[in-house]
Design a protein around this ligand. Sequence first.
Ligand code: GLN
Length: 284
Amino acid sequence: MSELRSLLRAAREMLATDSAALEAEVLLGEVLQRPRSWLYAHDRDTVTPGRQQRFFDLLRRRAEGEPLAYLLGQREFWSLTLQVSPDTLIPRPDTERLVELALQHMPPEHMPPERPLQVVDLGTGSGAIALALAHERPQAHVLAVDRSLAALQIAQVNAQHLGLQRVGFVQSDWSEALGDASCDLIVSNPPYLRLEDPHLQQGDLRYEPSVALLAGADGLDAIRHIVSTAPACLHPGGWLLLEHGFEQGAAVRQLLHDRGLSEVTTELDIEHRERVSLGRVPEK
Ligand code: GLN
């Protein structure tokens, strides 16, 4: 039986990346069901052969490129721990910007209990955006929509674990199954990569569901579809907020304008790149 510290040393060599030490500890913590801090105080403890085997299996898969989030089955987003699987995109920090902007359009003081805001997250995946919004605005009605039943099931489990009981779930191809003019805010992080995007061959993206990443030759197919259909589900004055690629701001603003939305703008992400565009259905 090997000591923890020699296992971690071997693991760092196997992973051989900048984050090897951290990832090795996270994976060993997972196998031992202990926090990383525990490992430091027990680095001379021995590990049973069965657990050692499981640790090296995970390391091998990680070294081959499988995303850490899929190996652990979870990822943090907006300080919430979310279950993820290869049926869902791995939530990214960029998308927290979309959550921030959505929250700005959900002022708590504008939500009387008799008329809670109706918010829809199109293509919810693991539920990241919908659940972050529901967590911050418990008085709102949030509907998480996805075409993939497997993704919706994960989003539902996440809602249960987080105790977010007011979130609804609907299987639908974008807004197709929603009625007309019933919501105040629609948010989406749709697929927006070009078929030829070289990033698709790199890192975690190789393992993520292509339906959550790819959107035609220019990466705008899903956004075009959402912009043309989703505003029908918004009240006058309601907002549509879309995440997109940092080079797609001008194109998305044009689509929003062409659809007749007003107050069209693009907001930047933490790296000062155009990342979220929004527009509003004009008041009558
Ligand atoms: N932002 C993601 C990436 O470039 C893409 C996610 C998406 O298409 N919605 O990795």
